[in-house]
Design a protein around this ligand. Structure first.
Ligand code: NAP
Length: 265
């Protein structure tokens, strides 16, 4: 039996919960340790009726997931660490390094992860850095995290950049989708159908980029943009507004913010 405790009931905790319940294992139990009812609306009543408000309830769990914000991490770890026993800890806390987690009392096997909300459908692209885990512990943690989507083990120095690229990533893709749907509406297309079509288009483009990774993306842009055609008109507007640079500036800002969150709290 594997006993997993999730501390925090916010957006990421809920996405992971959903991911882990896509194909639930009979040999695993979950406990949800919450601070307040503030995020109750995310959960159905059946789940919420089982929540525990006491941090000492992490006692006796094999895995503890600390899904709280960086600003609450120090207080939460102070409350939790005397009760962690031999638990393996999963930390998705943005900006919080392994050294910092250790300095706040986490002494056992630890994995720092950067997942995203696509965990809810088992499609998170998750980065992981392991520390103090033997091979069996790493395997068990990778299997658990992997149920929410593919896991890539990276060196810790890449965590802040990938927090911006992969953790925050779905937000700018959703923003792009929203803008595409709004432009469809402006041109008279139905929003529901446009959402299906453009989501599928983004999925197709992403798959092509991944599967043909030896071909430069500029080649694919050229293939779509025939001279004097519609794509050229579209790219002219985006390039004039320095869209590619704007995206880079946004990612750099998010990565710096991850560093700040780790340094400040
Ligand atoms: N959201 C994402 O897409 C995403 C992606 C990757 C990583 N992350 C990381 O995941 C963490 C959580 O993010 P989030 O978006 O889920 O934040 P969120 O929606 O604001 O949820 C944070 C949760 O932590 C709870 N909490 C704080 N202190 C607690 C304590 N001592 N005991 C129990 N629960 C406590 C809060 O309780 P209340 O309900 O009382 O406020 C809230 O439910 C952050 O560190 C973030 O960097 C998030």
């Amino acid at each position: 039996m594997q006993r997993v405790a999730i501390v925090g009931s916010g957006h990421l905790a809920h996405a992971l919960w959903e991911g882990w319940h896509l194909n639930p294992l009979p040999s695993r139990t979950f406990s949800l340790i919450v601070r307040s009812d503030a995020h109750r609306h995310l959960w159905d009543d059946a789940v919420w009726n089982t929540v525990v408000y006491d941090p000492s309830a992490v006692k006796g769990h094999d895995v503890v997931v600390i899904a709280v914000n960086p600003k609450d991490a120090a207080t939460t770890l102070t409350q939790l660490h005397p009760h962690l026993e031999d638990a393996m800890v999963i930390s998705p806390i943005a900006g919080w390094s392994i050294a910092k987690l250790r300095a706040h009392g986490i002494s056992g096997p630890l994995v720092r992860i950067m997942p995203n909300v696509c965990a809810a459908i088992g499609a998170s692209t998750t980065l992981a850095t392991f520390d103090g885990c033997d091979s069996a512990q790493q395997e068990a943690l990778e299997a658990l995290i992997g149920e929410c989507g593919p896991v890539t083990v990276v060196e810790e120095s890449l965590m802040d950049p990938y927090t911006a690229l992969v953790g925050s990533g779905p937000a700018y893709i959703f923003l792009l989708l929203e803008a595409l749907i709004a432009s469809g509406e402006r041109l008279g297309a139905d929003a529901g159908r446009t959402r299906q079509l453009v989501s599928s288009m983004v999925e197709g483009a992403a798959r092509l980029a991944r599967h043909r990774s030896n071909e430069p993306l500029s080649t694919w842009i050229e293939q779509v943009a025939s001279p004097g055609g519609t794509t050229e008109a579209l790219l002219a507007v985006l390039n004039q507004a320095k869209w590619p640079h704007l995206i880079q500036d946004a990612i750099v800002a998010a990565s710096l913010r991850a560093q700040e969150l780790g340094a400040k709290t």
